[in-house]
Design a protein around this ligand. Structure first.
Ligand code: ZN
Ligand code: FE
Length: 255
């Protein structure tokens, strides 16, 4: 039985996710922006939380941990590299470690760039990847700590996820992301479709996440530095993918 996924809007534009295995009744939370909506989502389904997986140390991903732990006897997992700035850590993980849920095993990836120590979690069998502020819907996280080269290397890890994989990212930034994407990739028909789909979803207050890996590959400029059309617009025909990625990121910062 595949993992059941629940998307929980938190704060003004964050997302947390619940993963539930019906067989064992195990439940895993990805990030804890605030306790209230997460506790409500658990209560509504009568689920007990077993584990909290923290992607990185920013407050809008961890602020709810303490209150959630007052209500659920859950273990907290986070990056070993971030051990000193994550709350209540029970288990410190690194690239290649696994997090199990029922019969499934998720793989931890180091996807540093937004922060150094940012991690992702990939459930291959259920085709779910939790990317938080690394790969985002039609975007990628701002480079607060890592270099563009580091973020590009991190994004390349997602190349192994099949197109149907659900990309569960940390924020509702999609509308501004698609507008920026169109500035560097204006003739991309899939992107034009995504712009109208995103506008329609937000007009009816629907989340634009999770997206799919296939849609990201077709429309997310941060995964497309090898696109001849984007390279032409940037005047960067001969540079490396990492250099083109860095220029796209720089333009987004000033958009
Ligand atoms: Zn962040
Ligand atoms: Fe964030």
């Amino acid at each position: 039985m595949p993992i059941e996924l629940v998307t929980i809007p938190c704060l003004s534009d964050n997302y947390a996710y619940l993963c539930h295995d019906a067989e064992t009744k195990q439940t895993l939370l990805i990030d804890a922006p605030e306790a209230k909506p997460i506790l409500a989502a658990l209560d509504r389904r009568d689920w007990d939380l077993n584990e909290i997986f923290l992607t990185h140390h920013h407050d809008d991903h961890i602020a709810g941990v303490a209150e959630i732990l007052r209500n659920h006897d859950a273990k907290v997992t986070g990056a070993a590299a971030d051990r000193d700035r994550l709350p209540n850590l029970d288990r410190a993980v690194k690239e290649g470690d696994t997090v199990s849920l029922g019969a499934e095993s998720g793989t931890v990836w180091d996807v540093s760039g937004h922060t150094v120590g940012h991690i992702a979690l990939y459930f291959e069998a259920s085709k779910l990847v939790f990317t938080a502020d690394s790969l985002m819907a039609c975007g990628c996280g701002r480079l607060f700590e890592g270099t563009a080269e580091q973020m590009w290397a991190s994004l390349c890890k997602y190349a192994q996820c099949p197109d149907e994989t659900l990309v569960c990212s940390g924020h509702e930034y999609t509308l501004s992301n698609v507008k920026f994407a169109a500035s560097v990739d204006p003739d991309n028909a899939s992107l034009q479709r995504r712009i109208s789909d995103t506008a329609a979803a937000r007009a009816s207050k629907q989340p634009t996440v999770p997206s799919t890996m296939g849609l990201e590959r077709a429309t997310n400029p941060f995964l497309r530095p090898n696109s001849p059309e984007i390279r032409t617009i940037l005047g960067m025909q001969t540079q490396t993918d990492a250099e083109v990625f860095a220029e796209i990121r720089r333009r987004k910062d000033n958009f």
